[in-house]
Design a protein around this ligand. Structure first.
Ligand code: ZN
Length: 235
C-alpha cells in the first residue's frame, strides 16, 4: 500500500510537470513561427500569380526589402487599375536581359546572369509596370532614368552591387550615382531641385549614347522638369 501511494505521488508530480506553462509556451512558438514564415513567402499579389516559378522566387527575394515590398504592391495596384496582369515570357533569342513591352508584359532571358543582377533588373521592370501599366511602352528616356535610379537605391538597401549598362566603362552608373546624391530617400524629394534637374539631364545625355536606347529605335526625351513619381511614393 505504501509503495502504491508513492507511485501515485510520482505520477501526479510528472503529470503536473508536463502541464507547466513554460513547456506549453515553447511548444506554441515552435508551431506558430514556421507557419507564419511559410505564409509570408507564399503571398504574392493576385496580378503576379501567373508568372513562371523562377520569377516568383525572384519576387519573393525582392519583397524581403521594404522598398521592394512597397514597389511590388504599387506595381500590382497599377496593373489592377488598368485591368491587366503581369506576364513574364522567357525568350531564347534575348541575351541576358529583361525588356518591358507594355501592358504588364516582360520578355527576358537570364542565362549567365548572377542572382543579384536578376533581382535588380526585375525591380527595374516593376517600376515600369507601376509607371506604364497600360498600353505600349512610351519610349521616354526619363522613365528609364527613374527605373535605373530605383535599381540603384534597391541595391543600396539590399546590399548588392549596382550594375547598369556596364560596358568597358562605368560612365552611366556614375551618372546615376551622382543623380542619387541629390535625392533624399527619407522624404522622397530632391535635396536641391536645380542640381537634381542638372544631374538628370546629364544622365539622359549618357543613356542616349547607349545602342539599346538609340533614337533610331524610337527613344526620346520629354520636356523638363523631370520627376521620379513612383520612387517618391516609395520612400
Ligand atoms: Zn527599363
Amino acid at each position: 500500500m505504501i509503495r502504491i501511494r508513492y507511485l501515485l505521488l510520482l505520477i501526479a508530480i510528472s503529470f503536473l510537470g508536463s502541464c507547466a506553462e513554460p513547456t506549453l509556451e515553447v511548444e506554441q512558438e515552435d508551431l506558430l513561427f514556421p507557419k507564419l514564415q511559410i505564409m509570408k513567402k507564399k503571398e504574392l499579389p493576385a496580378e503576379f500569380q501567373n508568372v513562371p516559378q523562377e520569377i516568383k522566387e525572384v519576387l519573393f527575394g525582392i519583397s524581403e526589402t521594404k522598398i521592394g515590398e512597397g514597389l511590388l504592391r504599387r506595381a500590382a495596384e497599377a496593373l489592377r487599375n488598368s485591368g491587366v496582369t503581369a506576364t513574364f515570357v522567357n525568350r531564347l533569342n534575348l541575351r541576358h536581359e529583361f525588356r518591358y513591352q507594355g501592358d504588364g508584359r516582360v520578355e527576358y532571358n537570364f542565362v549567365d546572369m548572377s542572382t543579384d543582377e536578376v533581382l535588380q533588373l526585375v525591380f527595374h521592370e516593376l517600376i515600369h509596370m507601376a509607371q506604364e501599366p497600360k498600353g505600349e511602352l512610351s519610349y521616354y528616356l526619363e522613365n528609364e532614368i527613374e527605373a535605373y535610379l530605383g535599381q540603384y537605391f534597391y541595391c543600396g538597401m539590399a546590399n548588392k552591387e549596382f550594375k547598369a549598362l556596364r560596358g568597358r566603362d562605368r560612365n552611366f552608373e556614375k551618372k546615376i550615382e551622382k543623380l542619387a546624391k541629390f535625392f533624399d530617400i527619407y522624404t522622397g524629394k530632391p535635396t536641391n531641385e536645380s542640381m537634381f534637374q542638372n544631374a538628370f539631364l546629364i544622365a539622359l545625355g549618357e543613356i542616349g549614347l547607349h545602342p539599346l536606347y538609340s533614337s533610331s529605335l524610337g527613344w526620346r526625351m520629354g520636356p523638363p522638369p523631370y520627376a521620379v513619381c513612383i520612387l517618391s511614393g516609395l520612400m
